[in-house]
Ligand binder design. Structure first.
Ligand code: SF4
Ligand code: SF4
Ligand code: SF4
Length: 582
């Protein structure tokens, strides 16, 4: 691509034609602060924090959207620029409920950080009338506090563009503008799928998950309760970021140690039930292929995707695997098999999950998720909530030793751990389905065609003489594109994996929030995914059907995959929802 040369702060900078001033500055390691900007998602130049001076321009320009041209001269840090940014921030803060001491985002709030950097102190706000504040707590998974919203519209853009949903937008005009759902409905009344991607991108404390930390701590303090915890694969790849570790650090051992010190009676791993999911799902797929069942079969691990399918593709719910998600399978087995084995009544077990996902909070309350007459899972916490809980009880995470999960529900394979990234469920299922169908060992366990961060991936494999066509999509905008191809007959896959969040669970709506600067410059998803692929590579057992704890479960309790007991505990049904309601 053709490069052009401009001057920034007197330095000559060469950048590709078509770049913005912000991009060109970054190439020269000149950082311009941003607030509303999110690369490829929210490029609207609305907040005006990134303004710079351009020679010949009549006013300051927003560097995130202003294209460079040959010979341009730019200044990023003149008194005029700095004063303008500070005034913008003062105006934002004058209409902001400044409760940093009690705010969940204090310490990683982009607004707070900018105020510090630009020298906005307590004395320098413009105090006056504030927009009427409103709280929306109608959804199961999150709430919105508009008194902390700065109208950056990142949430609106990610919901509309990335997820292709668009259930939130700007209501009213001018000073009265607020972000909410159409006709001022509560989010819980809309076809929001609970993915939490809006929370993940919000720079402030305006959006947050509904916290269940205190319920969990209360259960732990109750001597009559046996409180167990499961942690999803992606949590170990993200949690460390909350404690200062670089993105892409595996903190599995310290996480297990922390959970034990919080007081959980047993520390288990969702990897166990990810392996169980593969056993059931691979069996279901083979059954559908051999008995002319509905194809393509589509994975059902991601509750954000499931709700999306129910709202937006209700005619395809028969394509969904009937398998419950690993979270729910774990809960059902914990309150049946584990309860019997341990001599504890299911109603005395409190089953807690730690998930990278906010849709799991919605999922635990779905009908048909109480196989033993009590909820399969009682509380579902996000990775962020786990970090807050660790801090709340005073554990010094970085000084913890590495510990292991408890047996038997703490044993998982390499196939299970890659569930946490896009393509992982497909790869794990193929390892088991191919070996089951051919009766022979796979020469290589790596299905590299379905790896990587592309939004849609396709591959085809020869399995026991049959060509099996598979596809993988992550992010619901990509899911829509793929499903439209299936519906129009343009594609004829046998098996599809869909994850609600772009990149899969490693980028789930419950994972640690990284500021815009990091999101715009670092491939967070790839770094977190590498943790899981490395963990798979280093696991001595890499196929779900070789997990000894799973074998024992089938031998002594479930019988075989797809058995009546397995169906009762591990499978579910779906509903057809409307596009305009919940
Ligand atoms: S959103 Fe940020 S600035 Fe506002 S109260 Fe919370 S931490 Fe403070
Ligand atoms: S949770 Fe997902 S679907 Fe719901 S408003 Fe947020 S981004 Fe949109
Ligand atoms: S809720 Fe958060 S992301 Fe959405 S506009 Fe307000 S501050 Fe921005």
């Amino acid at each position: 691509m053709e490069n052009i040369t401009i001057k920034i702060n007197g330095l000559e900078v060469s950048a590709p034609k078509g770049s913005t001033i912000l991009e060109a500055a970054r190439l020269a390691h000149i950082e311009i602060p941003t607030l509303c900007f999110l690369k490829e998602i929210n490029e609207i130049g609305a907040c005006r924090i990134c303004v710079v001076e351009v020679k010949g321009a009549r006013s300051l320009v927003a560097s995130c959207v202003y294209p460079i041209n040959d010979g341009m001269e730019v200044w990023t840090n003149t008194p005029k620029v700095l004063e303008s940014r500070k005034k913008t921030l003062q105006l934002l803060l004058s209409n902001h409920e400044r409760k940093c001491l009690s705010c969940v985002r204090s310490g990683n709030c982009e607004l707070q950080q900018l105020a510090k950097e630009l020298g906005v102190d307590d004395e320098s706000y413009y105090d006056g009338e504030k927009t009427a504040s409103c709280i929306d707590d109608s959804a199961a998974h999150m709430f919105r506090d508009n008194s902390k919203c700065i109208l950056c519209r990142r949430c609106v853009a990610v919901c509309e563009k990335t997820q292709g949903i668009g259930v939130i937008g700007a209501n009213m005009r001018g000073f009265a503008t607020f972000i909410g759902s159409a006709f001022d409905m509560g989010l819980g009344e809309t076809s929001c799928v609970s993915c939490g991607q809006c929370i993940a991108v919000c720079p402030t404390g305006a959006l947050q998950e509904k916290s269940q930390i205190d319920n969990v701590l209360k259960a732990i303090a109750d001597p009559a309760k046996h409180v167990i915890v499961q942690t999803a694969p992606a949590v170990r790849a993200g949690l460390g970021e909350e404690f200062g570790y670089p993105i892409g650090t595996n903190v599995e051992g310290k996480m297990a140690a922390a959970l034990r010190r919080i007081g959980f009676d047993k520390v288990f791993d969702t990897n166990f039930s990810a392996d169980l999911t593969i056993m059931e799902e691979a069996h279901e797929f083979i059954d559908r292929v051999q008995n002319k069942g509905v194809l393509p079969m589509i994975t059902s691990c991601s509750p954000g995707w499931i709700k999306y399918c129910e709202h937006y593709f209700p005619d395809m719910t028969e394509n969904l695997s009937s398998c419950k998600s690993p979270q729910q399978m774990f809960g059902a087995i914990a309150k049946s098999y584990y309860a019997e084995k341990s001599g504890i009544k299911p109603e005395d077990i409190v089953s807690v999950s730690i998930m990278p996902c906010t849709a799991k909070k919605f999922e635990i309350g779905r009908p048909d998720q109480a196989a033993n007459g009590v909820p399969d899972v009682d509380y579902s916490l996000t990775t962020r909530e786990l970090a807050r809980m660790i801090k709340k009880v005073g554990i010094k995470f970085t000084t913890l030793p590495d510990e292991k999960f408890d047996a038997p529900l703490g044993l998982g394979t390499g196939a299970a751990v890659i569930f946490g990234t896009t393509g992982g469920v497909m790869e794990a299922a193929l390892r088991t389905a191919v070996e089951t169908l051919t009766g022979a060992e796979l020469p290589s366990l790596d299905f590299t065609d379905v790896r990587g961060m592309a939004g849609i991936k396709e591959a085809s494999y020869n399995v026991a003489g049959m060509e099996v066509k598979v596809a993988v999509a992550s992010g619901l905008g990509n899911a829509r594109e793929l499903l439209n191809k299936v519906k129009s007959g343009e594609a004829d896959y046998h098996f599809i994996e869909i994850m609600g969040c772009p990149g899969g669970c490693i980028n789930g709506g419950g994972q640690p929030q990284q500021p815009g600067y990091v999101r715009n410059t670092v491939d967070i998803r790839a770094l977190r995914a590498k943790v899981l692929y490395d963990s798979d590579k280093n696991n001595p057992i890499r196929k779900s059907h070789e997990n000894p704890a799973i074998k024992e479960l089938y031998d002594t309790y479930l019988g075989k995959p797809g058995s009546e007991k397995a169906h009762h505990l591990l499978h579910t049904t779906y509903v057809k929802r409307s596009i305009n309601g919940n």
